[in-house]
Write a protein that binds this ligand. Sequence first.
Ligand code: ATP
Ligand code: MG
Length: 569
Amino acid sequence: MLFSKMLIPTLRETPQDTDIVSAKLMIRAGMIRKLMSGFYEFLPLGLKALRKVENIIREEMNKAGGQEIVLPLLFPKDLWLQTGRWNVYGKELFRLKDRKESEFCLAPTAEETITDLVRKEVKSYKQLPFMLYQFGTKFRDEIRPRFGVMRSREFLMKDAYSFHADEADLDVYYKQMYDVYINICKRCGFKFRSVEAASGAIGGSQSCEFMVLADTGEEEIAWCNCGYGANSEKAESLVAVSYQEEELFDMQEVLTPEVCAVSDVSKFLNLPYEKFIKTMVYLADGSPIVVLVRGDYDVNEIKLQSLLGANEVVLADEQTINFVTKSPKGFAGPVGLKDVKIIADISVIEIPNAVTGANKKKIHIKNVNYNRDYSADIVADIRKVKKGDICPKCKKENLKFSRGIEIGHIFKVGTKYSKSLNATYLDVNGKENLIVMGCYGIGVTRILAATIEQSHDDNGIIWPDNIAPFEVVIVPINYAHEQTKEVTNKIYRELSAKGLDVLIDDRDERAGIKFKDADLIGVPYRITIGEKGLLNNAVELKSRAVDKNAIKLLSPQDVINEILKIYNK
Ligand code: ATP
Ligand code: MG
């Protein structure tokens, strides 16, 4: 491939409206261009890298017995109504109508369509289990499209779905797919962690996310040296404070004139946060509930939502707070509350002589004790984990926190979709059963961005060997020079013949510019061919990743052998 013939519009300057290094570099390297917010064009170089990722995933899916298919990108409203997701998915779903006013959505994920396909085609247990997968464009009207193709509104996902006769069979396959995902991450060269996750809009009993470690990651991971790891949306912890035995006093109202936030009342009363009950009023699918967490914790709305099985949990407006607590915002507490469901975090009920709002303007109550002065309808883990919390697995070490980019997510979906769409099979005894499903997604476009986020320097991208759009770039200092051209073409022919992607920078540019571009687009190996070197039968070999300043002088044949050895060809 000749550089001069390829559309690789590299840029010297950093593009203006990009917010993350991978997006900047993808644009500067001429891999992508932005059409509009959240929509990107993939240029030849970008697509070549994307295909490399796709092929790694395809090979691993095929090894796991997957069969590749292609589903339409437009889905009928009716199927989405049957599973209830037409309403649940909300504004993230792109919706449209055809000329007959029939309604559709653009695929954000394909459980409905695949379950519909399978319910029509599977009749007997003899057809199970199997796995189907596709590389499909997905559309999600993200509230905040950002970070280039990392969080875009149109992206490429590999989505896979497995179908089983029972949970036990799904359990076995889920483990196998877990290993497949670990392999994909390794082959992409990631530093990563797999973590327990909340199942979100897809639903199901167990799910695991694959997180590429990067400071710019949008996700927070809580982990421990013992092997525990969870998305902090889902992470559990042991309550870190144990209280001294103390006498339980009678409740006592205290005037707290200008203060209502825990931080202020804590200062005012000179008591630590751990002595406070934070009382929050929420609306769960429109109904008010009261949620209690210890003063040093925050409510984890995702845990709360899944505990209640609610579609939506949001903080209540002031009017609802007034109605529930009969007092202005800022003075809520559980004592004396009636006709409202109270959900307490487990950290709350252990506090001796706690402080909380009195449901009266400017007043708090001291010495509040669980069971004696208030109770809760549900006591559960509904708090966000935080620094200092103890690992729930080894029960010894403090949890550590890292940031990560979620590149893949696998779910045990169970019968959620087969139930609503009535996808069944007949078992050995001729009895009808629901098909049990697993669901496995990986963001192909996001993997590219995550790779760059993890692997770059001031000069540009540093592709891992497996994903590089080109494995080798040959830089002839003067391609018009006959012997240079001959040697360039020989190396090109021999490496290409072994299946390597080789780029010849044949442009009539200064060597410095060609070197800068080679570094920017991140090609792992650069071979430089100059007239002077050829006088001694020598060309230069330089690696982008390893020992960046080291240049080896080799004969053309040795350089070919060396590269073939590196790539095991
Ligand atoms: P996130 O929490 O980042 O929004 P998600 O939980 O919505 O992700 P899934 O529905 O599990 O994502 O989709 C599977 C994979 O698709 C994700 O692991 C991610 O790699 C990719 N993905 C999801 N949303 C986007 C997006 N807006 N842009 C690019 N890739 C995405
Ligand atoms: Mg999402």
